[in-house]
Design a protein. Sequence first.
Length: 132
Amino acid sequence: WSAQLETLYAARNCFVHRLGTVGVGDCEPGRALLSLQYVRLASVFRPKEGPEQQMPDIFDPNSLPFTTPSEGWLCAKWAPTAIEFPVGEKLQLAPKVLTEILLFADVCAFALLRSAEEFAVKQGVKATPSSS
């Protein structure tokens, strides 16, 4: 997910250096768009038989009740997501989108921490119990 994390840094630079107005320096070379990419939890239905189906966003507090089409399992999976902002536009995020991005960043930070801890232990550094 490193490519998605890099786009979060571009968004951070946009906020810090241009107060959230997208500039040419925030965009990928040759594109006049800042592409904010992240991975979010998406709800899917896995029937006992047949292909997986997208379901309404059960994580959205405004989502209405629904019925599954058959017997099966309601699941969550990681879904790559992107939002594009053209040069000159304000980088604005709805609260739900910001929540999704922060969850993604938290999961990435936790994975990085675990990886660093495992590497340190393999190098002979004594492990101390984590406070989390």
